[in-house]
Design a protein around this ligand. Structure first.
Ligand code: NAD
Length: 505
């Protein structure tokens, strides 16, 4: 893995990597062993201003480019990403600790697919039919770019989040300044470089590597930024919304989650157990849609807990670059300690069935003590209003609770502030229809939990935010609608003028 291209700096401004004018440095650390991946210089407020100015300068030409031209560029981007797939996978693994099989089979191909989806979507903007709705006018609707978009992304899927932010924005003719999370800026910078290499004009895609407090707040408050698209925690999302209010920016907020996993007593138990293990441990549980609270109807409860515990104990922790590794470290030592804190506090009011300790030994005997590893952890006996059931832990921790009546299971599933995703497990069509209708979440899976695809929308209800990523719906978020109305009568005195002139009309 050659990171020498970052010698030029960690700000991607107007089509090139540059050092910027900041003085504060940040060390990107590999959480598998604590080694330095790269030291970067963080953006100053001036660097954010430079990025916004570049995006503003690029806006007139890019927003006027035909959909076909934008689509061609995005198709080329998909090809460039595919050529560099291995580099992306390795850098993503180094800066996050994700197992290489996840970055190779999920993060990178997902991003390539997103690029080719948005290439097609760019040519398919839709709207109301033009026509004579009053009889005296012809009306039509224009769908226009919003302007310069400021985007802020989290560290859990750095490449995919960059893609989810950049692709719909530029497909719809906007230009963008993206601020990745401090912990994981490298693949977002590589993504911006790939955009340039694919022929996307300089200034259309800019990346500022900086802190939330300084670069993030500057971007959100900038008067030349027309829209803010944010993915991250609900707490920071509130702050972003507050700051955006001062300049009346459009906001798009993808926030935290605490997804329920509801297992009815007619479910296929083997499918539910395997589904719960995979959906709670994907990305080491650092996934906003991960299964975090399993509600299991009493007849299946015991077998479900035993089944998950058995599979959890067989999960292979290890070096993220080892293709045999199932579970890598958490993204940082601080985050590992935060996750451990939830589990330690839970010991006073619930039962830790398995896990609850840092991972110290890999599946092949490797010493993992230098990494931010944590064992898959299963908790039972927690009350519905307890911290582990209500708060986003964002780690490999699953809480299982029993329920009796269907109505109770659905009520408990809805009983947190979040509403990003959920799943229902049943072989009964009426139960599944009821669950999909009554669960308040932006996505409800039936007999699966996690798959996300380019064609369909992703986004929250309740404190999980609003606005949709991916799919044709996300293009709506990144466009504004203009009604254009032509008088067709050519008469000086219009019929409606009677409301002013009365019988003199
Ligand atoms: P975070 O909220 O701490 O940070 C997200 C981003 O906001 C980072 O780039 C950070 O630098 C920036 N930021 C921090 N303070 C800021 C401020 N005052 N002004 C502007 N920007 C600021 O989140 P995180 O820890 O990076 O990511 C984990 C969170 O993201 C979880 O809550 C998770 O559920 C959420 N998430 C949601 C989705 C979704 O689609 N809904 C997807 C992925 C992650």
């Amino acid at each position: 893995m050659d990171l020498s291209s970052f010698d030029a700096g960690a700000q991607y401004l107007a089509g090139r990597l540059t050092g910027g004018t900041g003085s504060e440095t940040f060390t990107v650390v590999n959480p598998a062993d604590g080694s330095t991946v790269r030291e970067v210089v963080l953006a100053s407020a001036e660097d954010v201003d430079t990025a916004v100015a570049a995006a503003r300068a690029a806006l007139p030409a890019w927003s006027a480019a035909t959909p076909g031209t934008r689509a061609e560029a995005l198709n080329r981007l998909a090809a460039v990403l595919a050529e560099r797939a291995q580099d992306f996978a390795r850098v993503e693994t180094a800066q996050t600790g994700k197992p290489i099989k996840l970055t190779t089979e999920f993060d990178v191909p997902g991003t390539i697919d997103n690029a080719s989806f948005f290439a097609g979507a760019a040519r398919n903007l839709e709207g109301k039919a033009a026509g004579e709705y009053t009889g005296d006018h012809t009306s039509y609707v224009r769908r226009e770019a919003v302007g310069v978009v400021g985007s802020i992304a989290p560290w859990n899927y750095p490449l995919q989040m960059a893609a989810w932010k950049v692709l719909p924005a530029v497909a719809a003719g906007n230009t963008i300044v993206l601020k990745p999370a401090e912990l994981t800026p490298l693949t977002a910078l590589m993504f911006a470089q790939a955009c340039t290499d694919a022929g996307i004009p300089d200034g259309v895609v800019n990346v500022v590597t900086g802190s939330g407090r300084l670069a993030g707040e500057r971007l959100v408050s900038h008067p030349d930024v027309a829209m803010v698209s944010f993915t991250g925690s609900t707490a920071v999302g509130r702050r972003v919304a507050e700051l955006a209010t001062a300049t009346v920016k459009r906001t798009h907020l993808e926030l935290g989650g605490k997804a329920p996993f509801v297992v009815f007593d007619d479910a296929d138990l083997e499918a539910a157990v395997h589904g719960a293990v995979a959906a709670s441990l994907i990305n080491t549980g650092q996934d906003c849609t991960a299964a975090t609270r399993a509600y299991v109807q009493r007849p299946l409860y015991r077998a479900f807990v035993d089944g998950v515990a058995e599979l959890y104990r067989a999960i292979r922790l290890g070096d993220p670059l080892d293709p045999q590794t199932d579970l890598g470290p958490l993204v940082s030592y601080t985050h590992r300690d935060r996750v451990a804190g939830f589990v330690e506090r839970a010991r006073s009011y619930a039962t830790v069935v398995t896990g609850g300790t840092p991972g110290t030994k890999g599946h092949d005997g490797t010493d993992l003590t230098l990494g931010a590893y944590y064992q898959p952890t299963l908790i039972t006996g927690a009350a519905q209003d307890s911290e582990v059931v209500q708060s986003e832990i964002f780690g490999p921790v699953l809480v299982v609770l029993p329920f009796d009546e269907d109505e109770e299971g659905l009520r408990l599933a809805n009983d947190t502030p979040y509403g990003l995703a959920a799943s229902a497990w049943t072989t009964n069509v009426h139960r599944s229809l009821r669950a999909t209708r009554e669960i308040a979440a932006g996505c409800v899976w039936v007999n699966d939990h996690i798959p996300i695809i380019s064609e369909l929308p992703h986004g929250g209800y309740k404190a999980s935010g609003y606005g949709k990523d991916m799919s044709q719906y996300s293009l709506d978020e990144y466009t504004q609608i203009k009604h254009v109305m032509y008088d067709t009568t050519a008469v000086a005195r219009k019929d409606w003028h009677r409301t002013i002139f009365g019988d003199r009309g």
